[in-house]
Design a protein around this ligand. Structure first.
Ligand code: MN
Length: 445
């Protein structure tokens, strides 16, 4: 596990004043990475601090970073930094923390020349994502969705033994703020004897997820044992796995989701490092009595005691009408990453367990983060129970969502903006946030 050091001290302050405000997502204890550009400048790597971003290429060019970090810090993607070893990543964090510390020994005016307001820059994807895999790690989400389609058999027999995933599409991953075009696709025949139809997705949904990026990878034909998995994790982000449920229902058997998911996946611009998350590691999900223990290759005492990450997550929606009337976004649900049945280390180890090679910058997403209560459901299909008021499943709330304008939602409408937000908070350490992951639905073309 990553040790707690001076960079995590809760009373540590930065000379960037906005980083010392209590509710900022980016105090000096966080130091998340992103890739940004200003106007017509080239893309470069930056570090979030308060309401600003520190240009790491500028730091490298002005002798503010050790030689070993200069080349990867000057790239326009994070893959070089992601490929550093675990102790180098800690060293880099400590160096950046010292640069931004209130009594830094570095030249302040050189540093200030590398600062930009986050509001004034454009963000890009943080790295080149070679491969993307999406999982299904919340047992609450799997049970909710399963019981809509298989009321008597919601959870398939493999669920408690194996982290279920599917290979997602990397080319259509977009950064927060990118609009999303409603996909058009095939739908199941409306009645027996008819053929399928093709039209814009009517049941467009979001999935609140947490992603993680791979640090150093593994060679083809080798595996990543569970007790080494943490060393291969670089950092985490917010993910919205947009889903067209009507397309998904017709296409998903027998090989799983395809065009219902591959039209777009939105990630937050910020990558919160595993080093920053060290104070928020908690025990893995406590499996109820009687649940099977994972097989040995997915089990370790370290994973049991600190494989979880305590992230609080929120989803809000803002319709076009709400924005026109100046109303704030409406909170749809709030959940916690501790609800996940499988840890990120188990997911990574399982992914490489057949000898599949992972590369720096590969993205894995957790699957929809849902908890046991109604207000903890991480997708609209769960909140409105498939938008189906006639669904006879007992004990569920099937009412459509009512927005402050009186608009009803069973699924997403054109003009709806989805906003994901997440942060870590406990009594001992400084709160750190993930920023936001936003996207607005545009009409089908
Ligand atoms: Mn998903």
């Amino acid at each position: 596990m990553i040790p707690i050091d001076f960079t995590h001290a809760p009373d540590r302050e930065s000379w960037v004043d906005s980083a010392n405000q209590l509710e900022t997502d980016f105090p000096i204890q966080n130091l998340p990475f992103a890739v940004f550009h200003t106007g017509d400048d080239d893309r470069r790597i930056g570090v979030g601090i308060g309401d600003q971003i520190l240009d790491l290429k500028h730091c490298a060019n002005h002798g503010l970073l050790a030689e070993e970090f200069v080349e990867p810090a000057r790239q326009d993607v994070l893959n070089g930094l992601m490929g550093l070893g675990p102790s180098q990543r800690i060293e880099l964090r400590q160096a950046i923390s010292q640069l931004l510390h209130v009594s830094t020994e570095a030249d302040r005016s050189t540093l200030e020349d590398g600062l930009h307001f986050q509001d004034a820059v454009e963000f890009s994807l943080p790295c080149q994502i070679h491969d993307y895999t999406d999982f299904y790690a919340s047992i609450f989400h799997a049970t909710n969705v399963g019981s809509m389609f298989r009321p008597n058999n919601p959870l398939l027999p493999n669920y408690k033994h194996i982290p279920i995933g599917y290979h997602g599409r990397a080319s259509s991953i977009v950064v927060s703020g990118t609009d999303l075009v409603r996909p058009v696709g095939q739908k199941a025949p409306a009645e027996e004897g008819q053929g399928p139809t093709r039209s814009p997705a009517a049941l467009l949904d979001y999935e609140l997820e947490v992603g993680f990026y791979v640090a150093q990878g593994n060679r083809l034909g080798t595996t990543i044992p569970i007790d080494q998995a943490e060393q291969h994790l670089f950092g985490m982000c917010l993910v919205n796995d947009w889903s067209a449920r009507d397309l998904q229902k017709w296409e998903y058997q027998p090989l799983g989701p395809f065009l219902a998911k591959s039209f777009a996946t939105t990630v937050s611009p910020w990558v919160v490092t595993m080093e920053a998350l060290a104070p928020f590691r908690v025990a893995e999900y406590q499996r109820p009595e009687g649940d099977p223990q994972p097989l040995d290759y997915l089990s370790s005492s370290e994973n049991s005691s600190s494989g979880g990450v305590d992230i609080q997550l929120m989803v809000s929606l803002s319709s076009q009408q709400m924005r026109d009337r100046g109303l704030p976004a409406e909170r749809l649900s709030q959940t916690r990453f501790t609800n996940m049945y499988w840890t990120i280390a188990q997911i990574l180890t399982h992914h490489a367990s057949n000898g599949c090679n992972l590369q720096p910058g590969d993205l894995m997403a957790s699957g929809t983060v849902s908890g046991p209560n109604r207000n903890e459901r991480g997708s609209m299909i769960e909140l409105t129970w498939n938008g189906d008021a006639s669904n006879p499943t007992p004990g569920t709330d099937r009412t459509p969502l009512i927005l402050p304008t009186g608009e009803e939602r069973k699924f997403l409408a054109d003009g709806d903006e989805l906003i994901l937000h997440g942060f870590c908070k406990n009594e001992q350490y400084r709160r750190i946030g993930f920023g936001q992951c936003r996207g607005t639905v545009q009409p089908a073309i």
